[in-house]
Design a protein around this ligand. Structure first.
Ligand SMILES: [Zn+2]
Length: 364
């Protein structure tokens, strides 16, 4: 039986361990220790991801969450109030991803405690997820045998099944014009800021349609108030749940950048449009979803399939032939200092996870 008190205390223990992206060593060692206590064989792959294996019956199945948090996430002090956990608002709470890790650990602990037979499980805790899914991208897939799995990394309750997520193109640009004194001889200069402004004013930005967005998020450039700015750096992104739209918007960006730069004789552009990962769309009529829906029904719950605007490890799993879905863990307002966790929803997610694991033996 899922123990709500133990689940909450695991969650609190985990959020108190600092684990900003790139500094996951402590949390990785902690989850390794906890998985070993549950009886898993645990290794780190060469990138530093944690892979725990439990051998049992049936086809192998992945349970996944990531280990790293976005900043500010050092010295998190979780506060319990009215059925929720909050931070003290000087940091995020870290329910993203620590609620997901706690859900997986509690469901395994509970099943062990009840003396249940376990199926073949691969517990994958990745690092660097918030850094562009680096852990999942560099995961040693030769160590993974599963073709299906669940990732606990979604907002909302566990009845929210995130069946689709966008692909992602990183936009990195450096524009080089020519510097000159802005008062004495402005004619000799080419303003990189002016070029960037013209480009940005032409780019389609914001919500393009219900599955496509784009953004310019960072601009750095110029050296002095009285100098024509020679260089400017622009960073942005394009997202779409349709691969065709992702690629076509990327081409539109490219066209606009080159068309504008051509008008400024002597200006140069270094443009990198890199597709970091592809989108995925999980068929909601898929057998896997149908099987999960039976479990929801037995628990008296109704699931909702929702497309997500954010990417997770699941984007990369799909590219590696693993059909996985993302479930909500009860977390809200993630990546902000107002982040909170509905304790009852985390509890329900752990109960659901436990039922999924139990059903896996007959599942396959
Ligand atoms: Zn996350």
């Amino acid at each position: 039986m899922i123990n709500k008190k133990r689940l909450s205390s695991t969650f609190v223990d985990l959020v108190k361990i600092d684990s900003p992206s790139g500094e996951e060593k402590l949390i990785a060692n902690e989850v390794k220790k906890r998985l070993e206590e549950i009886g898993a064989t645990v290794i780190f792959d060469t990138y530093g991801n944690v892979i725990g294996k439990i051998s049992g019956e049936g086809k192998p199945f992945i349970l996944n969450a990531h280990l790293d948090t976005v900043e500010p996430s050092r010295g998190i002090k979780p506060i319990k109030k009215g059925g929720r956990f909050f931070s003290d608002e000087s940091t995020i709470l870290g329910a993203d991803p620590k609620s997901g890790i706690a859900i997986i650990l509690e469901s395994l602990t509970s099943l062990r405690e009840m003396g249940n037979k376990l199926p073949n499980l691969e517990i994958v805790f990745t690092i660097g997820e918030e850094n562009g899914l680096m852990g999942a991208l560099n995961l040693d897939y030769s160590l993974i045998n599963s073709k299906q799995g669940i990732t606990f990394d979604g907002g909302g309750p566990c009845t929210d099944i995130h069946t689709a997520a966008p692909g992602y193109t990183k936009v990195d640009v450096v524009i080089t014009g020519r510097s000159a004194h802005a008062g004495a001889e402005p004619e000799k200069g080419i303003s990189a800021i002016r070029i960037a402004s013209e480009i940005i004013s032409k780019l389609p930005l914001g919500r393009i349609d219900d599955e496509t967005t784009s953004n310019i998020g960072i601009i750095n450039g110029g050296s002095a108030r009285n100098a024509i700015p020679e260089t400017i750096e622009i960073k942005g992104e394009i997202r779409s749940r349709s691969i065709n739209k992702l690629e076509s918007l990327t081409l539109t960006f490219q066209k606009i950048f080159y068309e504008v730069i051509k008008k400024y004789d002597g200006a140069k552009i270094e443009l990198t449009l890199k597709q970091q990962f592809a989108p995925y769309n999980f068929d909601t009529n898929h057998d896997f979803i149908k099987k999960l829906n039976k479990i929801y029904q037995k628990m008296g719950l109704i699931s909702t399939c929702i497309p997500s605007g954010g990417a997770t490890d699941v984007n990369i799993f799909h590219a590696n032939g693993i059909e996985a879905i993302v479930l909500g863990t009860g977390m809200y307002q993630c990546h902000t200092t107002k982040e909170y966790l509905e304790i009852e929803e985390m509890f329900q997610a752990a109960q659901f996870c436990e039922k999924v694991i139990q059903s896996l033996i007959s599942f396959t």
